[in-house]
Design a protein around this ligand. Sequence first.
Ligand SMILES: Nc1nc2c(c(=O)[nH]1)N[C@H]1C(S)=C(S)[C@@H](COP(=O)(O)OP(=O)(O)OC[C@H]3O[C@@H](n4cnc5c(N)ncnc54)[C@H](O)[C@@H]3O)O[C@H]1N2
Ligand code: MOO
Length: 426
Amino acid sequence: MWTVEEHLADVLGKIRPLEPIELQLPDAQGCVLVEDVTVPAALPPFDNSSMDGYAVRTADVEGATEEFPAVLAVVGDIAAGSGGASVTVGPGEAARIMTGAPLPAGAEAVVPVEWTDGGAGAGPAIAMDAHSKVPERSGGEVRVHRPVASRAHVRARGSDALTGELALAAGTVLGPAQIGLLAAIGRATVLVRPRPRVVVMSTGSELVQPGEELAPGRIHDSNSFVLSACARDAGAIAYRVGAVDDDAELLRATLEDQLIRADAVVTSGGVSVGAYDVVKETLAGLAGEEGSVSFRRLAMQPGKPQGFGRIGPDRVPLFALPGNPVSCYVSFELFVRPALRALMGLDPVDRTTVRAVCTDAVASSPQGRRQFLRARHEPGSGTVSLVGGAGSHLVKALAQANALVVVPEETTSVAAGTEVDVVLLG
Ligand SMILES: Nc1nc2c(c(=O)[nH]1)N[C@H]1C(S)=C(S)[C@@H](COP(=O)(O)OP(=O)(O)OC[C@H]3O[C@@H](n4cnc5c(N)ncnc54)[C@H](O)[C@@H]3O)O[C@H]1N2
Ligand code: MOO
């Protein structure tokens, strides 16, 4: 028997991060950057207004009040997106300016429109008149009711990022804010490790796709759906092949067809000791260029029988997971997810493990095997409660779980109220 750690070490030892590729920004989300990205030009690229208001010279509005406003001639109207170069604010002048529009020459600060009459001559404005309705507001006069400090409501060129500064370091995982920064500095593509393409297939002649009628003795294929969802959740691109009958030739042909689009292959079923366990039968016999897959028993429950190896000329990692639905899911979480994260260059590769007080007793746990029990973890109270039993077929309980309670190899029972290790799922 292999320990969980030995099997994981064997898997991770055979995984190399995928070669970096240049991806469009939206496709790079969740990926690891493999280049240092520097800021090519100052951000913001020009001094601009942070308010809808009037660009003024501060001396002109010194001492201004509502009763004794500074009356300024409006010499321009600067919308965001306009160059603004044609406008210069001289003494006694102001330019109407919108949030994000470039500060015109001569102006030192912006007074928000609420500190003015907005050009309407009827006391403090609450907003500007729309240009489409009152076009004459782009000229005329404005009464300013309050003084303003130099550079007030001005966002200085380079106040966010300076030219040549490091925007994002290699190794950064690109989340929404990082994607936003890259877009803001004008990058359309970035060099990242791509998402692995994972081919998922169930095996078993008893399997029927959801939506189809069940004949006697047959069940719906759930593993290919779980595994595809797990792969996507781990950041990979999943190709769900569906179910392949227990037929060695068919399995071999399907794998051969699928390898072209796979950075990893995950199968479920057919790895135990039955007479129709064709995954084991087929893959254990690979030789030479075909690669090799070894089958072993792990000291864990669920998930005892496992196959792992690399197949085809490109040595694509292949995980042959047990068919029992819970065994299949737990095996993915413990071994495949870390491998996919390693392919993406993500770190850490493992799920988070915390300590929590188990509110339930575990009456018996197999000696010599690490048991993973489905549970609900309550972070607020630091407790964890078991859901369902240890049976590897209990998919309803699995769907209620958000964690796995770990019962160590040499522990055969756990009293309620004991602190245990808990693997958090998601
Ligand atoms: N004599 C022994 N029998 C078994 C042993 C053993 O040590 N000695 N180990 C048991 C354990 S533990 C596991 S886990 C399973 C693993 O079996 P296989 O990987 O060969 O899986 P199958 O036999 O194909 O299926 C097992 C079980 O799961 C159901 N199944 C399979 N695929 C799906 C799917 N895609 N969706 C839903 N359910 C699926 C299948 O119908 C079986 O009920 O072996 C034990 N046996
Ligand atoms: O390992 Mo099986 O996975 O115990 O049901």
